[in-house]
Design a protein around this ligand. Structure first.
Ligand SMILES: [Fe+2]
Ligand SMILES: [Fe+2]
Length: 279
């Protein structure tokens, strides 16, 4: 079994439930066979597509056209939020498979590939958990429009592993740490404790994902003789289309080894940009 080929095959699967179940199936088989990574002389180009398989739905729209969601005791708002998070998790499956396999020829340590395959398995679990909750509330993934910003970040950074690691795990997944506790509070307030349980599992796993991203970012930065924090800030300014904004979940970010020296100066910088564009 070749994890690079398996990742490419999972990326190509269009049906989201099938993609996640199939990913979990081969990752479990690979783990029980000892987590082998092909040695550098056995690696061949897995020919990753820049477009993961997807069904026609959900429709992809501009971020501002994704419906807003207010969490209430009724199901509509909860379905909309669960749909939005499920979409993020499905993108996260593709992003983890891609980062595990795209840099197959850079001579990265085996643990780099192993850890990202583990992240892909977590993300597949997350999508399936949310899909189950969405279905229980009478919804279905694909019912609502969604945006493609996460995958666009993958394409924008694909030429450089350091840019990819700076943006996807250390901006996008770290942002998840900032917002998930608020979502857990809202679902708790309306008594949806099954969704709370799912979000708590996701939250714990995501701290680990930011840690994996931060660790390999620093590994590659060290190989290139680059300073961690200022290099990260430069790459985010160059490759990330959004803003890095407060408030930050400092305890969770620090648990992932990503201290305020990384993101506070960048938040100041974005606030400065904001002021100058509004004056
Ligand atoms: Fe996730
Ligand atoms: Fe994640």
């Amino acid at each position: 079994m070749n994890i690079f080929e398996s990742a490419a095959q999972s990326l190509a699967i269009a049906d989201p439930v099938e993609k996640c179940r199939e990913t979990r199936r081969w990752v479990a088989a690979w783990r029980s066979a000892g987590c082998a990574v092909p040695s550098p002389d056995q690696r061949i180009d897995p020919h990753l597509s820049d477009r993961p398989g997807r069904l026609d739905r959900p429709a992809l729209v501009a971020p501002n056209d994704v419906p807003k969601r207010k969490i209430t005791g009724g199901v509509e708002g909860r379905r909309a939020l669960l749909h939005a998070i499920a979409h993020i998790e499905l993108n996260a499956v593709n992003l983890a498979l891609d980062v595990a396999a795209r840099y197959w020829d850079l001579g990265m340590p085996d643990d780099y590939h192993r850890e990202w395959i583990g992240v892909a398995d977590d993300e597949a679990k997350h999508f399936l958990l949310l899909h189950e909750r969405l279905t229980a509330l009478g919804g279905a993934y694909g019912d609502l429009p969604a945006h493609n910003g996460l995958w666009e970040s993958a394409i924008a950074t694909k030429a450089d592993i350091l840019a990819r690691l700076a943006v996807v795990p250390m901006v996008l997944e770290a942002r998840g740490l900032d917002v998930t506790p608020m979502m857990i509070d809202k679902f708790t307030q309306v008594g949806d404790l099954q969704t709370v349980d799912a979000l708590k599992i996701i939250y714990q796993d995501e701290i680990g994902h930011v840690a994996v991203g931060r660790r390999w970012f620093e590994h590659v930065a060290d190989l290139r003789g680059l300073d961690h924090e200022t290099t990260w800030q430069d790459l985010v300014r160059t490759f990330f289309q959004g803003q890095v904004k407060r408030p930050f979940n400092e305890p969770a970010r620090s648990e992932a080894g990503m201290g305020p020296d990384y993101y506070e100066p960048l938040a100041d910088w974005y606030e400065g940009i904001d002021l100058s564009t509004h004056s």
